[in-house]
Design a protein around this ligand. Structure first.
Ligand SMILES: [Zn+2]
Ligand SMILES: [Zn+2]
Length: 154
């Protein structure tokens, strides 16, 4: 069976399969859900839009400076705290409200879906003034919850 459509790496232009790394713009929101009797922080992604794709972490890393310049970021890799400074203007972003987040996902491409996600790294979080969050989707099925990964701190 032939793929009608082959995704190619933005940097080296090779076809992408495994690993598959995408750079996404998301509108997301933090909340707390109860899981096995314990409150658990959850990220709800309301909208996700794939912007660029890569075939390796090397290519992704090679493109990071370009993306930082395009998005006019002054800081990268924000903390996952509820109140986090905007990666462009440093204004506080309340993550319990819908906000724009840019990040990388690494997984495998199978039948036009990303599966076996092994990495999900946030590059930037933006305040409302810098980028307005998208309206929630009308199709509720598009809403996906992702487990919130706690980061260890020094
Ligand atoms: Zn590449
Ligand atoms: Zn901002």
């Amino acid at each position: 069976m032939k793929n009608q459509f082959t995704l190619r790496c933005r940097v080296c232009h090779q076809p992408i399969g495994n690993p598959y790394i995408s750079f996404d713009r998301r509108t997301q929101q933090y909340s707390t859900t109860m899981w096995q009797g314990e409150p658990r922080p959850t990220i709800t992604v309301q909208q996700a839009q794939e912007m660029f794709q890569y075939d390796s972490q090397e290519c992704r890393a090679a493109d990071e400076l370009q993306i930082v310049a395009e998005l006019k970021l002054t800081t990268t890799h924000p903390e996952s705290d509820r109140m986090t400074p905007c990666s462009r203007c440093a204004a506080p972003v309340d993550r319990n409200l819908p906000h724009v987040s840019y990040g990388y996902i690494e997984g495998e491409m199978t039948d036009c879906n990303i599966t076996n996600v092994i990495d999900d790294t946030e590059l930037a979080v933006l305040c409302k003034k810098c980028e307005e969050p998208d309206d929630p989707p009308i199709d509720a099925a598009a809403v996906v919850g992702i487990e919130h990964k706690e980061r260890s701190r020094a």
